[in-house]
Design a protein around this ligand. Sequence first.
Ligand code: DGJ
Length: 729
Amino acid sequence: MRLVILLAAFAVSVSAQITYQAERHLITFQTASSTMVLGVNERHELQTLYWGAPVPGTIDFGEAHSTPDRSSFDPSQTRTREEFPGWGGARYYEPAVKITRADGDRDVVLKVRAMNITPTAAKIGLEDKDGVAVDLLYRIWPELGIIEKHSVIRNAGKQNINVESAQSGVWYMPPGDNYRLTYVSGRWAAEDQISREPVHPGAKVLESRRGNTSHNANPWFMIDDSHATEETGRVWFGALAWSGNWRLSIEQTPYNQVRVTGGFNTFDFAYTLLPGMSLETPAFYGGYSGQGFGEASRMLHRLEREEILPGGVKSRLRPVLYNSWEATTFHVDEPGQKALAAKAASLGVELFVMDDGWFGKRNNDHAGLGDWFVNKAKFPNDLQPLIGEVNRLGMDFGLWVEPEMVNPDSDLYRAHPDWVLNFPNRPRSELRNQLVLNLALPDVRDFILDALDRLATTYNIKYFKWDMNRSFSEPGWDSASPVVGLKMPGTPDDQKKVWVEYVRNYYDILQKLRAKHPKLEIESCSGGGARIDLGVLKYVDEVWTSDNTEAFDRLRIQEGFSYAYAPKIMSSWVTDVPNMNGRSTPLQYRFLVAMQGALGIGANLNKWADADFTVAKSMVALDKQIRPTVQTGNLYRLMSPRDGDVTANEYVAQDGKQAVLFAFRHSQEYDLPAPTIYLEGLDSRATYTVTYLGDRTEQHTGAYLMHNGLDLNLKGDYASTVVVLNRDH
Ligand code: DGJ
């Protein structure tokens, strides 16, 4: 084997970086909170030796050696922890890549051929024969404790290859048979429900087959050694940055290898690579927490805030938003929206968003999608008077759009019936009376970009809420060709590229729109929370968590959301009661639930009493005081809504100067007092001024607050409170 190794000058400290030890063929990834070691074994395969808590020295790991055969049924390849196994040779677990060559050869055995290592990035080139190659790309964020991996599958040969599985990478826990998997599942208006279950022999698949991220599952995992709690124990975690069909396969092999393979969903997947073409998979981020699930979540939150979200650390705090949807649904018009805007401004709202109903013939959900022109019956003077009034009231203006969709009753559909996903001569499922435009088509991509650019250029729009109210169905693309955009004859398999190209064009539009309108902010929404993942978060500023705005249900939805996603991006509205489930909770309770993320108000303010405005004004004012801590601080989930009668969440500012504690009581029974709440993350020796709602204050040490705890005297059903703790100097 000829191995090409390029090493960059190592200027940064050796304690946190990527290094290569030539004599042992080891690549070590060191971060502040984890170590991953890969080695090249005697067969020149790339092998995972370790991923877990920091092992800082260089003496511990010897050369990689494959594990021997045990029987004819247990060949070495099934027992060796290959970092990126092709489907080839005698391999039977989930492959990271599977292909068929034009000549029928389907065997892929990948050997290391080249390495390019720098302190924070690595590229490891793997090759099979005939130019079938995979580049493995790694990056580390030493301070954040995060390692990113993904792959690029290349056809450097002379014949076409059809890629049938393209995975970003594989994460291996240390071998064992006593792990637990934590993940979320759900459905429309009930997203992010947490499940925790043993990892058993065999495989468990989490996935989306819907074209978007989906309400039903979300592309992240946490695996613990069965002893972790919120703040203690070993937790390995990963999150995939993809907003289309994704798949995580969590396996425990017969030899107790525990591995998570993630990338493009293999369901209905095919991607033909002509010679010279390549396929890049989504980024797969991973980390290790020695301090339980809470720290794993905080690491992901920090990654998102500092590295993923547009603007990173410099991005602004999320403003208090008003959204018209639950108040006016499709019945928006200039006087009605102006009246709501005036009331919203009086509460201290900073961003007024007009939702669905302002365009085309959009009087209900039967018509109008695709016609992104102002409805002149509702806005005879166009949008400028409304936007001018919103701005005069001191608020920015935002607008709802659903650009990927079309109603058959629309001018767009009448002009371009061939733009929708469908199999010709087959029925097409209309869901919410709409069809999905084939965004993989360059014409559709250009149309959507033009429509949004025109709106952002014509009007003083600072914010788009980009919605997507149905999943794909019948995803036919009969003009598909092997090279998108070129007129070449395609095969049926080329149509399956739609799953990838659609999402790429979605990202492309977001990226171009932001580049052209640098002040524009975007919310990702898909009938609530069906498009939330680390892929879309590179292009949007916040996300719509769920169409379920009922505050008690929201506590559990928000808890599940917070496992992987930062409070800063979690849009939460205060809406009217009775809401879903017919439940009515007090206005203060609804505010405090929503103030744990990016606060919004979605109520019909025309129906509010003076007393409601009084409560709301004081809550909005409080939100503005505490939001730096809530949106950019460290979250401690003190008491889970799944466990008992009280939910409590605490946010501690990065500089430790402030902490904010929210607490909610669900239903008091047998006249029992609420349990004591023990705070976390404080400085034991410091003193804090503790301010309760109503401005009563006390002073306590961090030690007292963490070990004696606070009795918040929550009494009755749906009691709620917030406590602000400021550290004294
Ligand atoms: C679904 C969204 O989640 C809602 O907030 C609202 O925007 C409606 N669509 C409008 O049709």
